[in-house]
Write a protein that binds this ligand. Structure first.
Ligand SMILES: [Zn+2]
Length: 266
């Protein structure tokens, strides 16, 4: 097993230490059989951030995070790429994006994600796509926005039908916000873009940029973004509602994991 393969396995489950693997038919298999050989093969075929791009990736990610701290969480959800460049250029605490970082961001936005096994529809055509404040409304006490019209109506109806324990966990996301989440995901998976795009749509491909939103159970924290959400009473109530459907069902054609929390706005 090469270093990357081991690192990616370790990233999937930090509890897996090297000695927990056994060598069989020249393939390392975890002793607890958490992974089948087929899955290990898939991991070996995964695409990673290239070695010579890792430093650029890390510094671009850190710069975007500095912009986020600068503008604040709520504003960052809807920030346009041109605004990010503006803040970077004008505030030395953030610092101008070097050409190589811009090229990398461009690549992450414009490249074809089918090579990573992501088959969803392209939603935003340009990295500079803006979200007009006229079309969105801030949802009090959440730090999130929703698109006016169907998304906002669906959410209000949901709150009425399920009650105050049903919360908005993510609403409108600009291209930049999605880029930031995508880069965080890649980073947490040791540069594995294939794995990242399985649990998060690449920046140009999220329906959060035009209508969809995520819901969760109050006080459930990070579990709201795991399959554990599907075992809550809030989710069971949600499923009964005829006006609500899910974007990413089990084994969906987009190549995205099952996301019971992601509401598809029709
Ligand atoms: Zn979502």
């Amino acid at each position: 097993m090469d270093r990357r393969t081991f690192l990616s396995l370790a990233a999937v489950s930090p509890l897996l230490a090297k000695e927990q693997f056994v060598l069989k038919d020249n393939i390392f298999i975890p002793k607890d059989a958490l992974y089948t050989p087929k899955k290990i093969e898939t991991i070996q075929n995964d695409i990673f951030i290239k070695d010579d791009e890792r430093a650029i990736f890390a510094s671009a990610r850190a710069r975007i995070r500095r912009v986020k701290r600068f503008v604040g969480y709520g504003n960052f959800n809807i920030i346009a790429f041109d605004s990010v460049l503006y803040y970077a250029r004008n505030y030395s605490s953030i610092g101008k994006f070097p050409k190589k970082e811009l090229e990398l961001l461009d690549k992450l936005f414009y490249e074809d994600p089918t090579k990573y096994g992501f088959y969803g529809k392209k939603i935003s055509s340009s990295i500079t796509t803006r979200i007009s404040k006229k079309h969105i409304k801030k949802v009090p006490r959440t730090g999130h926005y929703l698109f006016k019209g169907k998304a906002l109506e669906d959410y209000k109806r949901l709150k009425q039908d399920i009650g105050k324990n049903l919360i908005l966990t993510s609403g409108v996301r600009s291209v930049v916000k999605q880029m930031s989440l995508y880069m965080d995901k890649i980073y947490s998976l040791n540069g594995n873009i294939t794995k990242a795009s399985y649990s998060l749509a690449p920046p140009a491909y999220t329906y959060h940029s035009i209508k969809d939103f995520d819901v969760g159970k109050k006080g459930f924290g990070y579990d709201n973004f795991t399959e554990r959400f599907a075992r809550t009473s809030e989710f069971r109530e949600l499923k009964k509602l005829s006006y609500i459907s899910m974007r990413y069902k089990k084994n969906n054609k987009d190549g995205v994991r099952y996301e019971p929390w992601h509401v598809k706005v029709i």
